[in-house]
Design a binder for this molecule. Sequence first.
Ligand SMILES: [Zn+2]
Length: 101
Amino acid sequence: MFCPKCGKELPGNPTFCPHCSARLIEEANVSPKSRLATTLLSILPACFAINGVHRFYLGKIGTGILMLITLGGLYIWTLIDFIFAVSGAMKDKDGKPIKNW
Ligand SMILES: [Zn+2]
């Protein structure tokens, strides 16, 4: 195993890299998707009655189509997803939280 930040070899399976002190476990459990993109895509297209675009971005095609045809559950679902996206609680298709801006 090698550190994704500094590229040095890691002894065993540490939580922190002993060379650059990068947090390794948390990085592996966080989605590579952008929190900013998820937030903007959840609310901006919704202003033009297009809901669920952020779910397509996250690979959640099924619920994305559902949001699109239900007007985002008459915007209630859109509002909930927006709050989730802003707070970093939104998850991608692999179930990883989208925390990185
Ligand atoms: Zn490192």
